[in-house]
Design a protein around this ligand. Sequence first.
Ligand code: GRF
Length: 202
Amino acid sequence: KRLVVLVSGSGTNLQALLDEIAATGAEAYGAEIVAVGADRDGIEGLARAERAGIPTFVTKVRDHGSREEWDAALTGAVAAHEPDLVVSAGFMKIVGKEFLARYGGRFVNTHPALLPSFPGAHGVRDALAYGARVTGCTVHFVDDGVDTGPIIAQGVVEVRDEDDESALHERIKDVERRLLVEVVGRLARNGYRIEGRKVVIQ
Ligand code: GRF
């Protein structure tokens, strides 16, 4: 299966996928990363792709006259690589109708909280501020909401009294990277069905 991974930052989730595929082999893993896209340049996530010899593209909102035009441009940039599955690994933009029309049902996101708790751009900070005793990460299909699509898998992480946002986020990312690698491989190898809010992986 062909994967396109979308990033906006450090790309450690992307790196986990790259390392797993390098270690296991694309054949056995069931997927290869054919391109990495971002909404901004100069980020470590793009550097990681370049070091791995993987084509990259950047589609910036401000380069387009409207959000819809950006969405169309992003859809085209992704489609050029003919992915079977698109993975948002820290991609910090909400895609629009055209992208979802094309990739809905084949677009997976990872979120650093136990959805439906703490959706949005500050899931780690919000869980900490709320005083949650456990939080974690969620891998889900993207739908037309924000972090509201059908859940594929979740991982639980204890919150410690001494945690600040970055310490907690690092501990969540340790679980998240393993969860994402495991889920993407299973989706790619086994195939899956989405039945309402349920995801059935064969
Ligand atoms: C991940 O925790 C992701 O869930 C969140 O931002 C983080 C991205 O980390 N949206 P990285 O860029 O993969 O290191």
